[in-house]
Design a protein around this ligand. Structure first.
Ligand code: BJW
Ligand code: ZN
Length: 240
């Protein structure tokens, strides 16, 4: 039996499916990944801009980076990989989607309530009163201020060294702890704590599948690694 058939068979029998996605699933929609080509902006690495220290030092620079990314996202549409996950949610029981992506494309594709563990680029948070609001302005004035209290707004995104929201983290861990099949899609598997979810599912006895263009640190722990484009592989996994 081919690897693809084994995965199809496991999915058809699954009662609880957990999916983790990363930047690779949005690559075919034209959104650059973090660690591939296009990962640099004006010679800054994402790791140097996505920190509370960088924002404290130069909020305008960090907001300009987000403005570039918000501008690039205007008009971007979900691709067949996103759509396949929306169909899985409709057709398979116990579906949970955890995404590291901040682009919001899973919701646009029709997935209800994806767990966005690193936040959402279309939300802002006040650095003083902590109010979280949706904000689709493109470009956003740099630096923007809170309508309620006038203080500096920041992106509602989890930067390096910041803790993930505890409720969000709990939902993500519960999904992978209690699943019988886990799909790990388009992530380099180097950023914690998301990177530990594949191993958690495997240790709890789930059948773990990786979908990626290339091997990653997770490849060694998964049951099946499907190498190729998520937008081509995921639609082939759908129940008939
Ligand atoms: C395709 C494809 C196609 C392409 N089809 N595939 C334990 C050990 C060591 C360090 C730590 C640790 N615990 C925590 C840390 C520190 C840190 C961390 O993990 N550092 C490592 C990098 C070393 N983690 C944190 O700070 C986290 N906070 C935390 O844990 O708090 C508690 C704590 C703090 C400090 C110490 C200990 C505990 C927070 C992490 C927040 C990460 N945020 C970012 C930036 C958001 C900014 C923004 O977007 O504006 O989120 S980092 C960046 O990486 C972004 C992504 O969500 C994340 C993951 O990247 P992803 O999605 O995997 O993308 P890529 O580009 O890396 O990979 C793309 C993949 O797709 C590749 O594999 C391609 O092959 C593939 N691909 N096209 C299929 N068509
Ligand atoms: Zn405020």
């Amino acid at each position: 039996m081919s690897d693809l058939d084994r995965v199809r068979q496991r999915l058809a029998a699954s009662q609880r499916l957990a999916v983790l996605t990363g930047a690779g699933i949005s690559a075919e929609s034209g959104v650059p990944t973090f660690r591939g080509p296009g990962g640099l902006w004006c010679n800054h690495r994402a790791e140097d801009l996505a920190t509370p220290e960088a924002f404290h030092r130069d909020p305008k620079l960090v907001w300009e980076w987000y403005n570039m990314r918000r501008t690039a996202l205007v008009g971007v549409q979900p691709n067949p990989g996103h759509h396949a996950l929306a169909v899985m949610q409709e057709k398979l029981p116990g579906f949970n989607l955890v995404t590291q992506n901040v682009d919001g494309l899973h919701a646009v594709a029709g997935n209800s309530d994806p767990v966005e563990i690193h936040g959402n680029i279309w939300k802002v948070r006040c650095t003083a009163c902590h109010a979280i609001t949706g904000d689709h302005r493109v470009p956003i004035p740099t630096p923007p201020s809170c309508a309620a209290c006038g203080a500096l707004l920041r992106p509602h995104i989890v930067w390096f060294g910041e803790s993930l929201d505890s409720d969000v983290l709990e939902r993500a861990f519960a999904a992978f702890e209690y699943c019988d099949v886990a799909l790990i899609v388009g992530t380099s598997g180097v950023v914690q704590p998301a990177a530990s979810l594949a191993d958690l599912a495997r240790r709890r006895g789930a059948f773990v599948v990786e979908v990626n263009l290339e091997p990653t640190p997770a490849t060694g722990v998964v049951d099946v690694a499907l190498h190729g484009r998520a937008g081509e592989i995921l639609p082939q996994l759908l129940p008939g």
